[in-house]
Design a binder for this molecule. Structure first.
Ligand SMILES: Cc1cc2nc3c(=O)[nH]c(=O)nc-3n(C[C@H](O)[C@H](O)[C@H](O)COP(=O)(O)OP(=O)(O)OC[C@H]3O[C@@H](n4cnc5c(N)ncnc54)[C@H](O)[C@@H]3O)c2cc1C
Length: 500
């Protein structure tokens, strides 16, 4: 990755300095700000955000029905009770985040419309220099910071991933990616074809099916879903007992995490039984006549991708009612009227929605330099999926996929605050990770084990991501249940940390 040319912009008027610079005002960045304010009072920090508001994922995505696919008791922050239904709309998540910002005076620390293009580390000064552009005025901005907290998410916000299919140019209808949903899209009374069957398709289809003439979901291969009621009985019972919301939040989180741990263990130990149960839940909505084998029996094992929760089985109800249908086949070519599949089916549509996923964005598409040399992220080795060899004073929040992302954002925020306190105590200005003597000759592997987790956007970007080692310390294990104890217990004076 090379640093983009920023020399063509007018020179920045003045450089502002902060102890900590947070990239991104999504759920991770706003959470980071909360923890800094509470655990490092007095630290000077700023959040630079490319968009014109907070929320990241939840601000960007505007397609009908947009909602979380995991529960908000655990996707919500540990410090702020979630009072709504477990599965929440983007609007509800934004409201919740807005309250966190308001209640903690975080707004004054956020600079919106600030897109960062370059980050340069100088060992001589133990400082990051950050080049940003004000996207409203075009003004170049320069910041320096002691610590860089990367909360930029993992995918490119400007555009989603759409494969190149033959014949796309001759299709007469409209092609839309859910990530860039046009406000003027009129789907009322239209035939709509959705390519893909992940969480996005499962959310979108029931939200539009009632208004469309018909919605067809075209999937290459089936996905696992968990249908269920969008309410948490334990939370409701505790509320009836007038238990304090802070307690309810903590108890319900523990219960959900306990149940998820059991489920993941079972999914690994007895995948066939778990698979049967999951398919049974779907069959209960679709009826015995439905061809489950072709359309809802995935080829992977139940823990290899996130399981999408389907509130009240809404997509299955749409299929049963005839408003929606599923085709399991591959795109051969686009035609003037729609799509011809590899098995020769002609699927006509006025609108084709490509719910085909994300483009991975590695480090927010920021050009990194370390001591004057362009940094290639793929040449680094990750320390627990959060720090990287050869990159001082930087941490990346890359959350969990099987558990809620925010669980890790909270855990890593505690870690950053502890690390900053430790550096202050030692009088250190620099911290970096390096392999320990016992790690010499360690086998280096791709960022994630495809047998453990294998969504398409990660597989497509694997060569851009850091390497992992064959020991837990040098991996993003995706295992919240061990990390919740391991990360707080990390010995900051261990041999993997080098201070100066
Ligand atoms: C539709 C959808 C549903 C999801 N549902 C769930 C769910 O239910 N549960 C779950 O655990 N996960 C879910 N995820 C994953 C989700 O992305 C994360 O859980 C979480 O919201 C990510 O938060 P974040 O703050 O880390 O990153 P983002 O939400 O991606 O926010 C990053 C922010 O950084 C900013 N940024 C990036 N680069 C730059 C730059 N160069 N300069 C300045 N600013 C920059 C972006 O503009 C953005 O605002 C979902 C993802 C999608 C797309």
């Amino acid at each position: 990755m090379t640093a983009p040319d920023v020399t063509s912009s007018p020179p920045p008027a003045a450089t502002e300095h902060f102890d900590v610079l947070i990239v991104g005002a999504g759920i991770s960045g706003v959470g980071g700000a909360y923890h800094l304010l509470h655990q490092r009072p007095g630290a000077r920090f700023v959040i630079l955000e490319a968009l014109d508001s907070f929320g990241g994922t939840w601000w960007m995505h505007r397609y009908p029905g947009i909602r979380s696919d995991s529960d908000l008791h655990t996707f919500g922050y540990r410090f702020k009770p979630w009072r709504g239904t477990p599965i929440a709309t983007a609007e509800e998540i934004l409201r919740y985040m807005g309250e966190v910002i308001e209640e903690n005076g975080i707004a004054q620390h956020i600079r919106y419309n600030h897109r960062i293009s370059a980050a340069r580390w100088s060992r001589a000064d133990n400082l990051w220099t950050i080049e940003a552009t004000n996207t409203e005025t075009g003004e170049a901005k320069r910041f320096t910071a002691g610590f860089l907290w990367m909360c930029q998410g993992y995918y490119r916000h400007a555009e989603g991933y759409t494969p190149e299919w033959p014949g796309m140019e001759r299709y007469q209808g409209r092609i839309v990616h859910p990530q860039t949903w046009p406000e003027d899209l009129d789907y009322k009374g239209k035939h709509v074809l959705v390519i893909g069957s992940g969480a996005t398709a499962a959310t979108l289809i029931p939200a539009i099916a009632g208004d469309c003439a018909h919605v067809t979901m075209l999937q290459r291969s089936p996905t696992y879903f968990i249908p269920g009621r969008n309410r948490n009985d334990l939370a409701e019972t505790l509320r009836e007992l007038q238990i304090d919301e802070t307690w309810i939040h903590e108890i319900v989180r523990r219960k959900i995490l306990h149940d998820q741990a059991l489920f993941t263990k079972r999914a690994q130990e007895e995948p066939e039984a778990v698979k049967r149960e999951l398919l049974g839940m779907v069959r209960a909505y679709l009826g015995d006549e439905f061809d489950m084998e072709t359309h809802f029996t995935p080829h992977y094992r139940p823990w290899q991708q996130r399981l999408a929760f389907v509130p009240d089985g809404d997509i299955f109800k749409g299929i049963r009612s005839g408003k929606a249908s599923v085709v399991t086949d591959e795109v051969d070519t686009f035609t003037e009227q729609g799509i011809r599949t590899k098995s020769g089916q002609e699927l006509e549509a006025d609108i084709i929605i490509t719910a085909t996923g994300f483009n991975m964005s590695v480090l927010g598409d920021i050009g990194f330099e370390i001591d004057g040399k362009p940094m290639n992220f793929a040449d680094t080795i990750t320390y627990r999926g959060m720090m990287f060899t050869g990159i001082p004073n930087m941490l990346w929040v890359f959350g969990y996929f099987r558990a809620s992302w925010t669980l890790r954002a909270d855990l890593l925020a505690d870690f950053v605050c502890r690390l900053l306190a430790h550096m202050e105590q030692k009088g250190a200005k620099r911290v970096e990770v390096r392999l320990r003597p016992e790690d010499a000759g360690m086998t280096l592997l791709p960022w994630i084990d495809p047998d453990n987790f294998n969504p398409g956007y990660l597989m497509r970007a694997m060569e851009l991501l850091p390497k992992r080692g064959d020991k837990r310390e040098w991996q993003h294990t995706q295992d919240y249940w061990r990390e919740k104890d391991e990360i707080p217990a990390i010995d900051l004076d261990g041999p993997e940390f080098v201070y100066a």
